[in-house]
Design a protein around this ligand. Structure first.
Ligand code: NAP
Ligand code: F7E
Length: 325
């Protein structure tokens, strides 16, 4: 019988890439969607799997809907990707962020515990949990947590509940501690996509400037398409565990800006970039760099797309979007 996967966050960035990956592996994929007045399937359209996914309606804030879905589907695997994932908004909407990102995973874990204990569970954990902490300049599975935003704090709760349900009830649960990963379908508010979209518009004469916050923050940016494979591999292991996933290479926002402008032949990027304090955060995560040795050794995983290739892929996609309009 075909394996089945319930993917929450199916309309976001990672959901479509994961659905595409699992469908190619022969899975039947169920995507959790909320009730919308106007649903937006554009990210699934982009990867070409909109009609290959079955949709189930529910909400991470609605425990009964999740219990009922898990009880009915009894999926082989649950990938919990749904979240209020924008760090900046979490400062202003801390309660909502906590409800979706902390209680949502708890509802799913309870649904599995009571109604489908053989279901394997993936939790979308994040490098934001490390915040200020590092081990000799990088972060791995042994680096302590010091989250710097309500988003980071909410994810630490979900991380530990995922570990706790493994230890307490013997469930197969895995935390993927993923560092920033991007793609042409990255949400427009996140800095990489905001930059590539801005660069495309400037190049085409549709915008005059690009307004950004802290250019000195360092991030370990990879390609989302590479990272969904790691999610899948975590659930195929003989025993469940938690894994850091990243490239091991770190760049400043400034370097991303430079590379994006350079890819369209603009070298004097400073002429276009305006520093706007509204994009700075009450507390910042200054530097993230993954040491993904455990994943490379146990999962045989490694990233395929380089930083330069990622920037170019995203700029090209945004140029194409505007060009075709
Ligand atoms: P994303 O693009 O923001 O997608 C998040 C998805 O969650 C959206 O489809 C959204 O649904 C859904 N969602 C939000 N609130 C919900 C609710 N109450 N009920 C049901 N669904 C809800 O995020 P992403 O970049 O794909 O990331 C996937 C996961 O990985 C997230 O949990 C994120 O926190 C985590 N993560 C991301 C990164 C990264 O760099 N991308 C790194 C580490 C961890 P709507 O479409 O209905 O709004
Ligand atoms: O910011 C700086 C900003 O919003 C990256 C989420 O997927 O990855 C993501 O969180 C950096 C920060 O991502 C602007 O201050 C400067 O230092 O793209 P971002 P994030 O906060 O790192 C982690 C791993 C997740 O788990 C999250 O869900 O860029 N920055 N100027 C800016 N950021 C934004 N958004 N906009 C600016 O104008």
């Amino acid at each position: 019988m075909a394996k089945t996967a319930l993917v929450t966050g199916i309309l976001g960035q990672d959901g479509p890439y994961l659905a595409q990956f699992l469908i190619k592996k022969g899975y039947k994929v169920y995507g959790l969607i909320r009730r919308y007045s106007n649903p937006n399937f554009s990210n699934l359209d982009f990867v070409g799997v909109t009609n290959d996914v079955d949709y189930v309606e529910g909400d991470m804030n609605d425990e009964a809907s999740l219990l009922n879905i898990v009880r009915t589907l009894q999926p082989t695997e649950v990938y919990n990707l749904a979240a209020q994932s924008f760090v900046k908004s979490s400062f202003d909407q801390a309660k909502l962020t906590t409800e979706v990102n902390s209680l949502g995973p708890l509802y799913l874990l309870n649904a599995i515990k009571y109604f489908s204990p053989m279901t394997k569970f993936y939790q979308a954990s994040t490098s934001e949990m490390f915040g200020l902490q590092h081990t000799n300049g990088y972060q791995d599975e042994n680096t302590p947590f010091h989250p710097r935003s309500p988003y980071g704090v909410s994810k630490v709760y979900a991380y530990w509940m995922t570990v706790n349900y493994r230890e307490s009830y013997g469930l197969f649960t895995a935390n993927g501690i993923l560092f920033n990963h991007e793609s042409p379908i990255r949400g427009i508010q996140f800095v990489t996509r905001k930059i590539t979209d801005g660069v495309a518009r400037i190049k085409l004469g549709l915008a005059k400037d690009l307004r950004l916050g802290n250019l000195e923050a360092k991030r370990d940016w990879g390609f989302a398409g590479d990272y969904v494979e790691a999610m899948y591999l975590m659930l195929q292991q003989p025993a469940s565990n938690d894994y850091v996933i990243g490239t091991g290479e770190s760049h400043t926002v400034r370097e991303f800006v430079e590379a994006a402008f350079k890819s369209v032949g603009i070298n004097n990027w400073k002429k276009y970039v305006v520093i706007d304090p509204q994009y700075k955060r009450p507390a910042e995560v200054p530097a993230l760099k993954a040491k993904a040795d455990r994943a490379m050794k146990n999962l045989g995983w490694k990233p395929k797309v380089s930083f330069e290739e990622l920037v170019e892929m995203m700029v090209k996609a945004d140029l194409k979007r505007y060009g075709s309009k």
